[in-house]
Design a protein around this ligand. Structure first.
Ligand SMILES: NC(=O)C1=CN([C@@H]2O[C@H](COP(=O)(O)OP(=O)(O)OC[C@H]3O[C@@H](n4cnc5c(N)ncnc54)[C@H](O)[C@@H]3O)[C@@H](O)[C@H]2O)C=CC1
Ligand SMILES: O=C(O)C(=O)COP(=O)(O)O
Length: 593
């Protein structure tokens, strides 16, 4: 990864006012050895971009940018059209966006495999096509905690401002009027507030509303009852929440099941004169239906920070409605929240580019850092075994069934093998395709290729200190170009262990061997007899090929044996021909690790 190289590239680009396509982006790119002129071009672009974004514009906070710049070339590009974003994205390894940038399937396609991480500097990831990201093996991370309080405070600000007509009265006074009776408000104390979506923001709003003397109820099918109880909030059904509340505050994510959840039917169930606050996403409300409910008095007032289309059309009836208070998606826009979000996302993106699995990964299984560190040599072993196994398959025979057997003294519940399975898939798929496989897309790629990967555990006696004793990869129903790799059951079988932190090949078919999995490997099958090792060794020596490891496995003295030879360099055709012509060598195969 570029981090290990002396050259680091930082490319930062940002959007100012969102254009109709909503394309606003901060791109972070990191290249190992970029061409010199490319480097200069990126620097020039970076120098021309604003260094310290203000909190009112949808940019990435300065502290996060600084962190990113210490790691990579950053290009801030805040005024990209969708087309410009597509053109740029193939030049970068990571893309950081806020809510206004649509990271669509077309963006991932345009990235042509280069884009490795999309960082959403905020919570809602409805602007990122997660399925397309997963298919492309692109990790999506977000910053889920740093703007919680800001969003909750904004919801409370809108709640109070709406109840007391602050925005309308302000506009009236500034227009030279003094309308005290027109702007009589409603009190909050003793009123019922329904929180729809009792997650991080929703529960912070509840806490604050309790402080204002409101009765708070909440609806969230997935929220833990005890968390609600601890704040003094009753979790109720959707219908109960909307039909009993004086105020309703929306805090659920925009998903297919929440899209237009608040429609004519829902508004019809509400208490007449209800007041609604939306700091979640415009798309959870059918805006036409809300307009009708405002016009017929079902909804007395609405306070909206978010809209189906952002920015909303200039002539939007909802925005201009006298009973609607609006802000331009400011929920997360406090100086404090934006600095926090920027740092949170910068750390997540840098971690992801370094290969760590981010705790805030949205489209990958979460693997704890300790687990990752403990499994790291096994991760290498799993990929190499997959890579070896696939190279043993005779051309033309399609691989369908893969079995991975982990022998371990550890309780299966204490052994997270998802990353190992992903790496076996990577090892199998990458040598035979142009696919890029990682933990994000491994299961998807396997499914696409009709590869069925079964995992099996063999529980050993002994110390659970060592996570895994051995990993075995079996490919069923395939022909092998090296018959010696076929087990008695007829599948291609390779097994490995980690010894002193290094992956070793310990079994090929029925033959036990012990060769460190570094460099390249030659497997020869012969009838066990003196002199063969010397003959093959001298061919390699004459060709100046350095043998780094060597092991012979045999079924019984004088019977079939295989020789596993680790070599640093790749032998040329002549060397391979000479090995093949060595008397007594029945078959051999050269494998790249
Ligand atoms: N206006 C703004 O600037 C901001 C807006 N947001 C929005 O607020 C949303 C919530 O943010 P967090 O609380 O941080 O997320 P969260 O993930 O902590 O909470 C969301 C809650 O919604 C619940 N939920 C999901 N489907 C539901 C449904 N059908 N009915 C009721 N509840 C449902 C979930 O169980 C979860 O508890 C985000 O998805 C984002 O769209 C967040 C921050 C700033
Ligand atoms: O975090 C969220 O979900 C938000 O809506 C904030 O979006 P923003 O980063 O301010 O465009």
């Amino acid at each position: 990864m570029a981090l290990a190289t002396p050259l680091r590239h930082l490319l930062a680009a940002q959007p100012a006012a969102p254009e109709p396509t909503g394309t606003t982006a901060t791109l972070t790119t990191q290249r190992a050895f970029p061409p010199h002129n490319h480097r200069r071009r990126l620097r020039a672009r970076f120098a021309a971009s604003p260094a310290s974004p203000g909190p009112t514009r949808a940019k990435l906070g300065a502290a996060g940018l600084e962190l990113l710049r210490s790691f990579a070339n950053v290009d801030c590009a805040y005024e990209l059209t969708a087309e410009e974003l597509r053109a740029k994205v193939s030049l970068v390894d990571a893309l950081v966006v806020r809510s206004a940038t649509r990271v669509s399937r077309e963006v991932f396609e345009a990235a042509r495999g280069r884009l490795r991480v999309v960082g959403r500097a905020g919570v809602g990831i409805d602007n990122v096509d997660l399925q397309a990201a997963t298919e492309a093996g692109c990790l999506v991370v977000n910053a889920p905690t740093a703007n919680t309080v800001a969003a909750a405070e904004h919801a409370v600000a809108l709640l109070a401002a709406m109840a007391r007509n602050v925005a309308q009265a302000d506009a009236s006074l500034k227009a030279g009027k003094w309308q005290r009776s027109k702007f009589v408000g409603v009190s909050l104390v003793g009123k019922t507030l329904a929180i729809m979506g009792f997650g991080k923001v929703g529960s912070e709003v509840a806490r604050r509303a309790k402080g204002l003397g409101m009765d708070v109820i909440a609806h969230d099918p997935y929220a833990p009852v005890d968390r609600a109880r601890a704040i003094g909030v009753d979790l109720v059904s959707f219908d109960e929440a909307i039909s009993t509340a004086d105020f309703i505050s929306l805090h659920m994510p925009l998903t297919p099941s929440t899209t237009k959840l608040f429609d004519d039917e829902t508004f019809a169930k509400m208490t007449k004169g209800v007041r609604i606050i939306n700091v979640a996403r415009g798309g959870v409300v059918d805006e036409e239906a809300l307009l009708r409910a405002l016009d017929n008095g079902t909804v007395a007032q609405a306070a909206l920070d978010v809209f189906f289309e952002e920015p909303p059309p200039k002539d939007s009836k909802l925005v201009h409605h006298e009973n609607v208070t609006v802000t331009p998606h400011l929920g997360a826009s406090t100086t404090e929240a934006q600095e926090g979000v920027a740092i949170e996302i910068a750390e997540a993106v840098i971690g992801a580019l370094k290969g760590d699995l981010a705790a805030t990964a949205v489209n990958a299984p979460m693997v704890l850092a300790e687990v990752l560190s403990e499994l790291s040599p096994y991760i290498v072993l799993a990929e190499k075994l997959g890579r070896l196994a696939v190279q043993l398959v005779a051309g033309g025979s399609g691989i369908k069934g893969v079995k991975v057997v982990y022998s371990s003294a550890r309780d299966p519940d204490d052994l997270d093998t998802r990353i190992l399975r992903a790496m076996v898939t990577k090892g199998i798929v990458e040598p035979i395709s142009s696919a890029f496989v990682n933990i994000v897309n491994a299961d998807y790629v396997a499914k696409q290729r009709g590869l069925r990967i079964i995992e099996e555990r063999v529980l050993l006696d002994g110390s659970p200190e060592v996570p895994i004793s051995s990993i075995q990869v079996q490919l069923a129903n395939v022909e092998s170009k090296f018959a010696g790799a076929l087990s008695d059951e007829g599948d291609i079988r390779v097994e490995g262990k980690v010894k002193d932190g290094t992956p070793h090949l310990t079994l090929v078919g029925p033959f036990s061997v012990d060769v460190s999995l570094e460099g390249n490997l030659i497997l020869c099958r012969q009838v066990d007899q003196p002199g063969i090792i010397g003959k093959v060794g001298s061919i390699l020596g004459k060709m100046n090929l350095n043998v780094n490891f060597m092991s012979v496995g045999r079924i019984a003295p004088g019977k079939q044996a295989i020789m596993a030879i680790g070599i640093d360099e790749e032998p040329d055709k002549e060397a391979l021909k000479l090995i093949g012509e060595t008397p007594s060598v029945q078959e051999f195969v050269f494998l790249k690790l």
